[in-house]
Design a protein around this ligand. Sequence first.
Ligand code: PLP
Length: 398
Amino acid sequence: RLNAHPSGRHFLQIPGPTNVPDRILRAMDHPTIDHRGPEFQALAKRVLAGVRPIFQTRGPVVIYPSSGTGAWEAALVNTLSPGDAVLMVETGHFATLWKKLAERLGLQPEFIAGDWRHGVDAAQVEARLRADKGHALKAVCIVHNETSTGVTSDVAAVRRAIDAAAHPALLMVDTISSLGSIDYRHDAWGVDVTVAGSQKGLMLPPGLSFNAVSDKALAAAKGARLPRSYWGWDEMLSANANGWFPFTPATNLLYGLAEAIDMLMEEGLDAVFARHARHAEATRAAVRAWGLELLCLDEAGYSNSLTAVLMPAGHDADAFRATVLQHFNMSLGQGLTRLAGKVFRIGHLGDFNDLTLVGTLGGVEMGLALAGVPCRQGGVQAAMDVLRATATGAAAVR
Ligand code: PLP
């Protein structure tokens, strides 16, 4: 029967949206309230203050009712003017989409070419900025964790590169698939605008996006001339100061956000980051045991939130993913644009524990065999060996 409900839970192991934990679902299961009343005001003040530590910032964080793409646009339109040159780095599909968005807005993005298997080369950024004697480049925009490739870039190194070149460009960073999963420090790394979304490390459904904003970005916004209305930080921040929004906020998602903040803080950000690192390491052990190739070629850039795996030549990653969905009710991430059919991506971020990983990798291992992909068995065992050797007992404490 086509419409029969499959028993057990669907395994949503794409690298976002991630599984929404019951605590967050319960928190959102609440009547929508008057967004101009005192109960909302208290909620808004709570999340606007509470979200700052997640970005490791003391400054303001703007919350939009939009997907992450909106926060990309907001970062650019608030700080830049028509025709401004910006430096972007081709780490993969999402860096390419942000660059296209910049072009559509009338900016002039300069793209440092990449092979979609490495992160940002800070030395290249430094060399380009040193050559820009007239300071034509107004911003450097990078993706912290390239969700299409499973490669993380060293944001602190890019900050150092900008400083070494004594260049005044703003630093803007997309943390859509790293925030709440991989260590990220808006203030300490001197980031001017951090772009984030609700549906990955924050464990919420899609629908909220964020801009964390530095003083330098706020100053740039005063002179920026790209047209902006809905995305304007000024009205948002003046309304937020008293716990209001300039338009109808995504009230129920904000209930969920309050709960997500509590969950991340109860676990402790360092423990959250360590948990993601451990699951990523176990996943890579599985991939190696299968004899398959990681897309990421840079060990320092291995992503802790997802792993992209190359399919052996002549085998279609999408046919394999369809097999896994059909037999095991699990969704894996597809290869995007130039990687279509060539890779599959395992999401191991958000509300996730050791047995979620073992189940996920079990589905991958059985799916590989069923789809006739030439590889070895034993990946699940290799991952379990890592999990057992590094078991901390923290799971039961939560
Ligand atoms: N940037 C990164 C790194 C992403 O992973 C995504 C979505 O997966 C986006 C941007 C776009 O965000 P959205 O699809 O929420 O608009």
